[in-house]
Design a protein around this ligand. Structure first.
Ligand code: GBH
Length: 451
């Protein structure tokens, strides 16, 4: 491998996962149900009736998993904590929950793997949902109690923290579209929940600062680059609404301390007053984090239509565009455009790509688990990441989604994102060809091939 596609020496190469998607052990050591247990146990909500009750059994197999990471040369691991292991009931702190994450961190430390800890990756304790979940402003206080315990317990051992993973998914898919837990379909609830999630993140950043720790903390957003299906002004307006609800509704408050005016005007007749915004809130949301986490998977092409009842938009897949097993367009250049936009329209802040990857069903070829499409996807996206770095972009790391095949939310075990194959019958882990490819990339600190 030549040196021509090398990343900076300080670049963080990692893999990512989340608690509910891999841990299993749903009722071990005092854990109580999260909204994802409830949701996945509700008939008709998740493909095949799958649940995360067993998942990858990472809760007991974590030593093997961490060893496997180390064998592949992984130096950074982004994982999340199951909140209902820590606070299984109101006001009850569960030491056995903390003990699990202590053991996991010790195992990682032994193998020289640096953690990025996500506090919230969608598995809200059910007891909090019973009080209204993210629609109820009190949930922020419960979240801060939890965050403080985590900072106090693991602050010294964890150098990078994520407050919230993808508030758009948690709020919009959970409370507005209903395809994620808790499965509500009320757009006002969705927008209120989004506000509370952003507030919770801002307040957690403030709390973190009080601990006098030397690490970094930031939120992770799921963002896209979007194009209009045609040049028709109505389609272009639809694209702006899509962009407004997904990207600007989250980036504007974080970096401009306000929700976008055009979207407020669109929502107002549909959801009512914005009386859930209390004076002072926007300042808290604008509390600067140390970095922005970006999860990027696909570009979206939008036109006016009736698929989306609130936005009056429709999504199309551009003819001839390659898609992954999720049906999502493979569009690496849009990652570059998105990164440039963050820098140009918002802030020149450090960015970590906290997730990027592809769903692909794999197959055996000559005793190897072949996933050439995934390798091409990863290579192409990392090339665009490098392109951004080369024009001076402040991109500092990349966490590949995902380490293991896992519980893919509403798709259950039907979609595989892992670079490690998991046989969910035997729990046997087998590296796919992409895992060996990524090992070489991490080892070389750059991509194969020359410009
Ligand atoms: C992430 O969310 C999650 O953080 C992670 O847990 C999950 O396993 C992973 O992605 C893979 O799904 O409009 O149909 O073109 C991803 C958020 C939101 C990204 C919807 C793609 C557009 C899909 N996704 N988005 S589509």
């Amino acid at each position: 491998m030549g040196d021509s596609k090398k990343f900076p020496d300080s670049f963080v190469w990692g893999v990512a996962a989340s608690s509910y998607q891999i841990e299993g052990a749903a009722d071990r050591d005092g854990r109580t149900p999260s909204i994802w247990d409830t949701f996945s146990e509700t008939p008709g909500k998740v493909y095949g009736g799958h649940t995360g009750a067993l998942a990858c059994e990472h809760y007991v197999r974590y030593p093997e998993d961490v060893r496997l990471m180390a064998q592949l040369g992984v130096k950074h691991y982004r994982f999340s904590v199951s909140w209902s292991r820590i606070f299984p009931e109101k006001g009850v702190l569960n030491e056995r929950g903390l003990a699990f994450y202590r053991s996991l961190l010790e195992e990682m430390e032994k193998h020289g793997i640096t953690p990025l800890l996500t506090l919230y990756h969608w598995d809200l304790p059910q007891w909090i949902q019973d009080e209204g979940g993210w629609v109820n402003r009190n949930t922020i206080d419960y979240y801060l109690d939890y965050a403080r315990v985590m900072f106090a317990t693991f602050g010294a051992d964890v150098p990078i923290w994520n407050t919230i993973n993808e508030p758009w998914c948690a709020a919009i898919l959970g409370y507005g579209v209903g395809v994620h837990a808790p499965g509500h379909t009320n757009w006002r609830e969705a927008i209120v929940a989004a506000h509370h999630l952003l507030l919770a993140s801002g307040l957690a950043i403030r709390e973190y600062r009080k601990f006098g720790l030397t690490g970094r903390i930031g939120i992770t957003l799921n963002l896209d680059h979007n194009d209009s299906a045609t040049e028709d002004e109505r389609d272009e307006a639809a694209r702006r609404r899509h962009d407004g609800h997904l990207n600007r509704w989250f980036l504007d408050p974080l970096y401009k301390e306000d929700y976008p005016e055009d979207m407020k005007a669109w929502y107002h007749p549909r959801i009512g007053e914005f009386d859930f915004i209390v004076p002072g809130d926007m300042e808290i949301i604008g509390e600067p984090g140390d970095f922005l986490g970006v999860n990027y998977y696909t570009r979206t092409v939008i036109r006016e239509g009736n698929d989306h009842p609130v936005l009056l938009t429709e999504q199309v897949v551009q003819e001839g565009c390659e898609v992954t097993d999720m049906g999502w367009e493979v569009h690496p250049e849009s990652l570059f455009k998105l990164l440039c936009r963050i820098r140009d329209d918002y802030a020149d802040i450090p960015i970590y790509i906290t997730e990027n990857g592809a769903a692909q069903d794999d197959h055996m070829v000559d005793g190897k688990i072949e996933d050439a499409d995934r390798i091409r996807y990863l290579q192409a996206h990392l090339e665009q990441a490098l392109r951004f770095i080369r024009i001076g972009g402040n991109l500092q790391g990349y966490y590949l989604w995902s380490f293991l095949d896992n519980f893919e939310w509403a798709y259950g075990y039907g979609k595989r994102f892992g670079i490690i194959h998991v046989d969910f019958g035997t729990q046997i882990r087998t590296p796919k060809q992409s895992a060996y490819w990524y090992r070489n990339v991490m080892l070389a600190g750059g991509l194969p091939g020359s410009d």
